[in-house]
Every structure is written in C-alpha cells, then in structure tokens.
Design a protein around this ligand. Sequence first.
Ligand SMILES: *[C@@H]1O[C@H](CO)[C@@H](O)[C@H](O)[C@H]1NC(C)=O
Ligand SMILES: *[C@@H]1O[C@H](CO)[C@@H](O)[C@H](O)[C@H]1NC(C)=O
Length: 505
Amino acid sequence: MLSEISLNRVLVLALALASQVSAQPCDIYAAGKTPCVAAHSTTRALYSAYNGRLYQVTRGSDGTTADISTLSAGGVANAAAQDSFCASTTCVISIIYDQSANANHLTPAPPGGAASGPGPNGFDIAASAVGAPVFLNGRKAYGVFIEPTSGYRNNAAKGTATGDGPQGMYAVFDGTHYNSNCCFDYGNAEVNNDDNGNGHMEAIYFGSNTGYSTGTGNGPWVMADLENGLYSWNTTGPNPNEPSSTSRFVTATVKGKPGIWALRGGDSTTGSLTTYWNASRPSPGYSPMSKEGAIILGIGGDNSNGAQGTFYEGCMTSGYPLTASENAVQSNIVGARYSVAPLVSGPAFKVGSTITLRATTSCCTGDFITHDGAQVNIEAVTPSSPTSLQQQASWVVRTGLGNSGCYSFESVDTPGSFLRHSNFQIFLNANDGSKLFSEDATYCPQTGLDGQGNSIRSWSFPTRFFRHYGGVVYLASNGGPEAFDAQSLFNNDASFVMSSGFATS
Ligand SMILES: *[C@@H]1O[C@H](CO)[C@@H](O)[C@H](O)[C@H]1NC(C)=O
Ligand SMILES: *[C@@H]1O[C@H](CO)[C@@H](O)[C@H](O)[C@H]1NC(C)=O
C-alpha cells in the first residue's frame, strides 16, 4: 500500500496531466485513487468526459418528462432546454442522475420511520425546477431547492461504503438557505428509511440545528449526520474551530475511515477549505461505524423531512480522499465561478410602489386580492368602492424580507403587516421579525402561468404559488393533495395582473 506522501506525489503528477483536459471533481478524486461512486449535479458535469443527462424534469401541464443534459463534455447544464420545456407551466426535478457508472440516481424519497411526505403513497415531493437559479461562469443553471417535505433517496446504491468502510463526500450548498430542522443532508444513510442507531449514517449536514454539536456563532454550520447526532467534532457543544458558514455558496466535505473522520468547509467562490475536525469519532456507537450505503439528499436517514437547503453538486467516493484531492476539488469549484442569478421574471415590481393584484380567471377578472383582518380573499373592487375596501386591496412592494432578490407585500391600511403563508394559506400578519416570518412573507414573481401578469411564487416553497380558490387565497401547488391544489384552472387562478394601487400609503 502506498503511503499518503507517495500517493500525494502520484496525485500531483496525475493532476498535472489531468489539468490539460481541465480535471473536474471526479477526475481529481480518481487521480487520488478514491474514485466517485456517485456524482450528482443539476448544474454541471463532474467528470471532464461526461456529456449526458444531469437530471429529469416533469412538467405540470401534461405530466411528461424531459432529460436536461450538459451543453458539452465536462460542461454546464442546458438550462435553456428546461426553460423551453417548462414554459407556461410548473416543473419539478423528478430524477437527479448519477454521472458515475453505478447509475445511483436519486428520486423522491419514500416514507420513513420519522415522517411521510405529501406526495403519492407518502413519498416526499420533488423539488421545484426553478427555485435555485444560478450562474456558472456566466451560464445559467438550476440547483435543487429543497423545501420542507421535499427530499431524494436511493436505497439500492452500488459501490458506496458499508460498515466501517472508508468514504469521502463533498457538496456545494446555498449558505443562505437553511433552517434548524432535521435534516438537510447529502450522503450515506440507512437502506430501510429508519433510524437504525448510532453510526448507521455518514452524511454531510448543513443548517442551524443545535441539538448535538455546533460550530461557533449562530450558524449555519457544516456538520456530519452520523445518525442520532449531527457532529462538528467528537462530542456535543460548540467546536471552537468551526465558524458559522455565512458565504452565499458553501463547499462542505466529510470523510471517514476506521477510527478517524474529518470535516472541512469553505466559500465555494474563493479561497481554500478550512479543517474543522480531523480526529476521533464521538462515542458510543460510532467506532466501528455501521454504514449502510443508501444515498439521501435533503432529508435525514429516517426521512425526517422538515429541513430546507439548496444543493448544487456533490459526490461520494470509494476510499478516504487525500487532503490534496479535496483541495484540488475546491479549486475546481472556485473555477466554476458560481454566482447569483435573478429569481424573478415578468412585469417588474418596483420597490416602494403601491400596487393591486387582479385575478385573471374568467369568473373573476374584476376581483382583487384583499384582506379582511388576517383573512386574505379575492373580492370585487372598483374606483367607486369605499376607501376602506380600496385600501384593503392595496399593497406596498418591499424588498423581500427573507431574500433581497424577491419581494414582500405590506398592507396599506395595516402598516407592519405583510402577506405571508401559513399551512399553505395566505394571511395578513404582523411581522414578528423571525426568520420564519421573513421567509413566509417572501415571494419571487414570474411571468404569469396563463400568459397574463405574474404568478407569485413562494421563495421558501417554490413548488407553490398564490392561487385563489373558492374566493380564498392559498399557497397552492399544481396537482398537490389539497382541493386548492387542483390542476383544473391552476394557471389562471395562479396568475394576477399587477397595477398601480387604488390607495396610496
Ligand atoms: C476527542 O478528541 C480529542 C482530540 O483528539 C481527544 O483528546 C479526546 O479524548 C476525544 N474525546 C473523546 C470523547 O473521544
Ligand atoms: C489530518 O491528519 C492527518 C494525520 O493524522 C494528516 O495527514 C492530514 O493531512 C490531516 N488532514 C487535514 C485535512 O488536515
């Protein structure tokens, strides 16, 4: 067996050769003798020679699917193909293909010991295809925006580590999209959707959960989900060597081999990785490990599905990657030049302006979104309606409370109160300043699904839109389980024409 030092020499040589064909992450791991056994990305090829399908989208209009592939070998996803296939309807990411030869594809996760999803047969739902637009070297692509109850899994993965076998993983996340719920994970988990005890998982976690260990500050943190514990080191409490990850794009790595594991992280757009931990495992139950080899994304091993986060790319290896391989992967990610892309489209909303939102369904083209206390309805309003009703139908456009690339809508007659969703219905509530309220009150309008005005997509649940149904305004998904999710008239009911307000603030 080669020592780490001689392997490093081999790697330097291999990388020198590989750089002539601009080595991608899985070429880099392969050069270090820890090849990828699963490689997932909706944004780009993770092998320089990979030229094929990255993910599958399913559209709401007719339930048909399309594979979205690379633009070229080693290249970025063909986002224009998605935009064209999904024009004037909704789309979800129904398969994330494995770029390795193992065909370890990810599909919506089955129900588990902790939770079921709202999808058919209790499965989790597929992620919106448009929730996480991004640029790579100036080319548009889409990440996987996991809203709570969304998640992916493969319980029959080939080549992944089992027992105490060595493995490594990396992933690129959105550092501003997280919560403290369990568990936004990517990596190795149980094959039966249950919590089988300490050491039955070894996955990357990203979020602000404080139930086990943490880093310093308020989070979010990169940690390892080792099952029955999210760890930043070998014990509970704050690991003093790990800061909160506050960059917009975050690279995370976790690797484990008998008796040792390491956790590293950094800014995906600049600089190198910092090692947060590189020593023993927690105890008891984590040495030896009992890895099972399934692959999860966006959920915990028992299908705990209350977390949120965005995944752009990641892989799992066979063998314990060299530090030099991880460093080279980080350089490659920096070179991919991830940057923020616009979340909105269609007629422009001007921050500070007062607007009305008029329904476009043929039943109700004289109806506007209004509030009656906390209740939000559609109702006929005209310039001769009482001033109080005109004000109830008027909204001030604000910069999105939860994401500055989107908007929030403040009531004209109840300043400090905003349109927000709760249990998938829209309400007018006072801003309580919480992270949850900010996110519930943030909307990313897009060109109207029926070709008129805008459809008002939730930032935090991008599979869902403002939709009037029975006179009430809901946050509806196209074809979801509730009556207000009905596919019939969805595009019309979810499109609103924005005009200048009846009343000024
Ligand atoms: C945790 O790791 C530190 C540093 O390697 C070591 O001194 C300590 O004994 C370990 N604690 C446990 C509980 O293994
Ligand atoms: C982890 O520690 C080992 C020695 O135990 C060292 O060879 C390796 O470079 C370290 N890795 C990192 C990422 O610091």
